[in-house]
Design a protein around this ligand. Structure first.
Ligand code: DLL
Length: 438
């Protein structure tokens, strides 16, 4: 595979993006009734778009636009030119539907192959693909990308953790991909069988589809003995492979911006924020054919930056803090679950398997109840038995310590309940929902 575009000089990249944006706007003007309507409404003619900087003149596209045009209203090719259809994994209402031509499937495979390479995978390695196969883009997306990189793939999909572990032991893959919460479940299964990190063949884990922070990375890397990196994407844009962390750099992810042009907009004013500041990630698909989107409002909160030590020239994004929908407002303080998870990394002895339950008073969220697990080793080191008064005193003060850290670092009141290791429900495959309703 040719990876040279990842190293293009910035001025050349901007020229490429400008040419692609002009072509895209012309293409949509010809083929999309939806965008023609939007252009007319805002008085934009395709010739008004000359460079990539003109992108801010274009209309923003929202998930609601996809819903309003369900199922195929935003497609720009006839149905017989489609090669694949996927849907987003939303749980309420009608799914959002996305279509791919053969060229789109090739593009999808290419960006996933690039991502796998950045994660450390190489041709000839074997991928244990525990992302769900089906209308979710994770399974097939990683599958085709791995084949493009000339890896072999075990299409195991999610779930049946004991069997996953058996097959990893027998087949000895070098690479695994799944959600980070499911990687934790798999790591626990190894640990419960008494299998140490050195005995596990895996070298790289390609994890995404939900927000995660360094504490989870630390646990997975330590228990499985590998390098874990973050893969990001969403169905509407293509699926996994919109951005990817490099295994030797970590900390943030390259956006494959020759195909997916990123902007960060203010969630309220919808205007671009100064470079480096946090806001909603908005992406334009520069090269897709079956369902290109202009300035798609992902609802994901992040910021962009250039990393001085980066190997590649493309811009990086920081880990997603959360979806704007997942933001809790606790007595006026905005909080994402990932911020609580981040605090856990400052308290030794937490197992980051946790759930948050908002506590409401007069329809206002006033506090959070947190259920989280404590590391068995920490309890053992106290030389106290479970279910004794000493034990309850110990976990009580451990919980208080977490409450204080959260108050200090996030500024909200919480009630933390400590549970024994392995006692809270685990991710059974797929995305985990950490916010529970009372
Ligand atoms: O989750 C695509 C995917 C599959 C990405 C496998 C990575 C790995 P959707 O089901 O459409 O697509 O959900 C997209 O999931 O808008 C984010 O809110 C969230 N998300 C995806 N990756 C990450 C990540 C896939 N690495 C939605 N970090 C997105 C945080 C993520 N959130």
């Amino acid at each position: 595979m040719d990876f040279s575009v990842e190293y293009l000089k910035l001025d050349q990249l901007r020229l490429l993006q400008s040419d692609r944006l002009k072509d895209l706007v012309g293409y949509l003007g010809e083929r999309s009734e939806f965008y023609r309507g939007k252009f007319n409404e805002s008085g934009i003619a395709p010739q008004d778009i000359r460079t990539i900087e003109d992108i801010t003149k274009l209309p923003i596209t929202y998930k609601q636009d996809l819903r309003d045009n369900y199922p195929f209203g935003l497609f720009t090719v006839p149905k017989n030119e489609l090669q694949r259809i996927h849907c987003s994994s939303g749980t309420t209402g009608k799914p959002t539907v996305v279509g791919y031509t053969k060229e789109d499937v090739d593009l999808f495979s290419e960006v996933v192959a690039r991502s796998l390479y950045a994660a450390g995978a190489r041709p000839g390695m074997q991928l244990h693909n525990a992302y769900g196969y089906g209308i979710f883009t994770g399974g097939l997306g990683l599958h085709y990308g791995a084949e493009k990189l000339e890896m072999s793939v075990l299409p195991i999909s999610g779930g049946m953790t004991a069997r996953q572990v058996d097959l990893i032991l027998d087949f000895k893959p070098e690479v695994i991909c799944c959600s980070p919460s499911y990687a934790l479940t798999i790591a626990d299964e190894f640990a419960n069988r008494g299998i140490s990190a050195e005995e596990i063949s895996l070298k790289y884990a390609v994890l995404g589809s939900e927000p995660w922070t360094e504490i989870i990375r630390g646990h997975i890397e330590e228990k499985l003995g590998l390098q874990a990196t973050n893969i990001y994407g969403l169905s509407e844009i293509i699926g996994p492979g919109v951005s990817m962390e490099d295994f030797e750099e970590k900390g943030g992810s390259y956006i494959w911006e020759d195909h997916f042009y990123p902007e960060i907009l203010d969630p309220i004013t919808k205007e671009p924020v100064p470079f480096g500041e946090e806001g909603v990630l908005v992406i334009t698909t520069l090269t897709k054919k079956a369902m290109p989107l202009l300035r798609y409002w992902t609802n994901d909160i992040t910021s962009l930056y250039y990393d001085e030590n980066a190997k590649r020239t493309m811009v990086k994004m920081r880990p997603i803090k959360g979806r704007a929908d997942d933001m809790l407002i606790v007595r006026g303080v905005n909080v994402y679950p990932s911020q609580i998870e981040e605090v856990f990394s400052h308290v030794k002895g937490i197992i980051p398997n946790y759930y948050l339950t908002p506590v409401e008073k007069e329809q206002m969220c006033v506090a959070l109840d947190i259920d989280v697990e404590i590391d068995d080793e920490l309890v053992k080191a106290q030389k106290i038995d479970a279910d004794t008064a000493d034990y309850f005193n110990f976990v009580g003060s451990f919980g208080k310590n977490i409450e204080n850290e959260i108050k200090k670092r996030v500024g909200i009141t919480t009630k933390v309940k400590i549970h024994a290791q392995d006692s809270l429900p685990k991710c059974e495959g797929g995305k985990i929902n950490r916010i529970l309703k009372k």
